[in-house]
Design a protein around this ligand. Structure first.
Ligand SMILES: Cc1cc2nc3c(=O)[nH]c(=O)nc-3n(C[C@H](O)[C@H](O)[C@H](O)COP(=O)(O)O)c2cc1C
Length: 189
């Protein structure tokens, strides 16, 4: 269990999404909180099937790996999700994850409410802001608090690891993560 859970929605090993989340993780740990990066790599996440079972089960009826992540997500005060942009929107599995976590939470007392975090997005050239907005819909309907940064949480990179060259993108993520940590600390009092 960690104070902040970060989930990479990229299928690529050592990809740009993972790189950005590790920047966030370091910033959170430097602020004195614990952080854990999880990945969807190798874990295809299905779309919600609207079975309505989550209210009875306390978890998702689909057993594709999402349920294994739920205890970490539920225990954490922070929730950061990273996505690569695919055709101008978030990779499908990322939205599947957000929608199913949201459904399980809302059907069981709304336990995502009050958590702090937000989306982090990377693309080669375009679609980052639309993707950020798409992902934010789940954060806000679930009652979470999203701090800002010095820019929107977007970065540029194509080949795995090349996002490291986007200095402003990296700085934006670092400040965002510092703000997540400081807000959690303020809420805890
Ligand atoms: C199916 C697919 C669709 C993509 N669509 C876009 C796009 O719409 N805009 C863009 O700038 N980059 C697009 N890309 C490039 C990725 O967003 C980019 O390589 C990103 O850094 C991948 O992140 P990752 O290394 O974490 O997987 C696409 C890549 C793939 C595989």
């Amino acid at each position: 269990m960690a104070d902040v859970v970060l989930i990479s929605g990229s299928p690529r090993a050592n990809g740009n999404t993972e790189y950005l989340l590790n920047v966030c993780k370091e910033a959170i740990e430097s602020a004195g909180l614990t952080a854990k990066v999880l990945t969807l790599r190798g874990t295809p996440i299905q779309s919600c099937i609207a079975c309505g079972q989550c209210g009875k089960l306390g978890r998702c009826a689909l057993n594709d790996g999402l349920n294994d992540m739920l205890p970490d997500i539920r225990e954490a005060d922070g929730f950061i999700v990273g996505a690569p942009v695919y055709f101008g929107t978030a990779r499908g599995d990322v939205m599947n994850l957000l929608q199913r976590v949201g459904m399980v939470s809302r059907a069981n007392g709304g336990w995502m409410s009050g958590k702090v975090g937000g989306p982090v997005v990377v693309a080669r050239r375009g679609g980052q802001t639309a993707t950020l907005q798409e992902m934010l819909m789940m954060y806000f309907i679930c009652g979470m608090t999203v701090p800002g940064s010095t820019y929107w949480n977007i970065a540029f990179g194509q080949a795995p690891g090349t996002v490291a060259e986007d200095e402003e993108g990296i700085a934006t993520m670092r400040t965002f993560a510092e703000n997540v940590a400081s807000l959690i600390q303020k809420i805890r009092g």
